[in-house]
Write a protein that binds this ligand. Structure first.
Ligand code: CMC
Length: 392
């Protein structure tokens, strides 16, 4: 096996050519299809960004209207799918429910199984997923909280409709507050794609076997769930709560994170590619301040987060290893301010990442990429003779 180059964790192995997302980790630059993330987060809407990622260009007003209409047309989920969700224990983790429900879409829409579907058939398959995910996510949240379901309202735009389905029908409904809708759009845009991260490369590798989009995305959801990836947003809030309840001594927790005999890591810190700063974290930190101010919310964990960040950034351990806050460090504080339960945070990451997964899956198919099949360096026994069980 001398000709195989070992690269555990693919730290330096490119697996594809892609024209979707540009990322410069040293300079902290992130662009979707050439447009800086800062401009998109400031000026665009999530659906416009989804269109850009999936089809390659910003839509004209007519294209955007048509796309939004198409999404509305397909926003309902089949009744049987709701029955599937009801069969889960409400307290079960929402990511487990999300993963199963997305995979099950292939059973409801068997046309998605055709590996050589026409362009329009393939487009309908991806539109259905994008259209239904807000309903699915809202339904999962309501099921988890044992609330009854609020139907999709086609008079509302994508993000407002989602917030209405998630929170409508209850006191304190946030549906009409433009501050909230704006914050959600921003968060979803910032999560929409991030080139070949763990979940996206999972979607691509599963899809490379000609597996359907729904099952490929369900695999991506599973990859996202882990606390080293998207699950970090839930882990950050849990960590901040723990620090708060422990007296708020951030220096103590920074010391724990540095201790190589302690498995504790500073959640929401560090990134495989960003070695200077995570541009998404910068935008989110500012948005977090703005939103909490506008909503008049004082969250004590925000203060803990800021102290923790400062303590870590002034510590040589973090400086030497180029560890900075990542996208997950402040996002949870915003989700919390908007009223989402902590266990829903990674599901919201998935809602945001969906256009990226779809775009990457589509690009891989269009480029006719070969099946993904990494090699290994075998380090086991090489030459043994079978021993009968009674002689072992
Ligand atoms: N706290 C303490 N030490 C850390 C941390 C951390 N959060 N992250 C990395 N290190 C140390 C690590 O122990 C190692 O030290 P040494 O060189 O002495 O052995 C060094 O920094 C390099 O770390 P690594 O684990 O080799 O780096 P990686 O590129 O394999 O891992 C990471 C990247 C994001 C998984 C890691 O930084 C981490 O576990 N962070 C916490 C979880 C987190 O916030 N994940 C979200 C990532 S961004 C959004 C997303 O991808 O979904």
């Amino acid at each position: 096996t001398g000709y195989i180059t070992l690269d555990s964790g693919y730290k330096n192995t490119g697996c594809t050519k892609s024209a979707i997302t540009f990322l410069d980790g040293e300079k902290g630059i992130l662009k979707y299809r050439g447009y800086p993330i800062e401009q998109l987060a400031e000026k665009s809407s999530f659906i416009e960004v989804a269109y850009l990622l999936i089809y390659g260009e910003l839509p004209t007003q007519t294209q955007l209207n048509e796309f939004e209409e198409l999404l509305k047309e397909h926003s309902d989920v089949p009744e049987q799918l709701k029955t599937i969700l009801l069969a889960f224990p409400p307290e079960g983790h929402p990511m487990g429910k999300l993963c199963s429900v997305i995979a099950s879409l292939s059973a409801f829409y068997p046309e998605s199984l055709k590996p050589n579907a026409s362009e329009s058939e393939q487009n309908l398959t991806l539109v259905k997923l994008l259209a239904k995910l807000p309903s699915i996510v809202a339904y999962i949240q309501r099921h988890t909280l044992s609330h009854s379901y609020v139907a999709s309202d086609n008079n509302l735009d994508y993000v407002t409709n989602f917030m209405n389905m998630a929170f409508g029908g209850h006191a304190g409904s946030t549906k009409v507050d433009p501050v909230v809708i704006d914050a959600m759009n921003k968060l979803l845009i910032l999560h929409a794609d991030h080139e070949q991260n763990c979940s996206t490369s999972t979607v691509r590798i599963v899809g490379s076997s000609d597996c359907n989009l729904y099952a490929s995305v369900a695999a991506g959801v599973a990859a996202l769930w882990g606390p080293l990836h998207g699950g970090a947003n839930q882990a950050v809030i849990e960590m901040l709560e723990k620090i708060k309840n422990d007296g708020g001594d951030t220096a103590k927790w920074v010391a724990k994170a540095k201790d190589k005999n302690d498995p504790f890591r500073l959640m929401g810190f560090g990134h495989r590619v960003y070695k200077n700063f995570d541009p998404r974290a910068k935008i989110i930190k500012k948005a977090c301040d703005d939103i909490l101010n506008k909503l008049g919310i004082k969250d004590p964990v925000l203060e803990i987060a800021k102290h923790l960040e400062e303590a870590a950034l002034n510590d040589p351990y973090f400086a030497e290893r180029k560890l900075y806050p990542n996208v997950d460090f402040y996002s949870g504080i915003i989700y919390r301010a908007l009223g989402f339960p902590t266990e829903m945070f990674t599901v919201l990451f998935a809602l945001g990442r969906l256009p990226g997964w779809i775009a990457q899956w589509k690009e891989m198919r269009e480029n006719k990429e070969p099946i993904g099949r990494p090699r290994q360096v075998y380090v086991g026994e090489v030459d043994r003779t079978f021993v009968d069980i009674k002689n072992r």
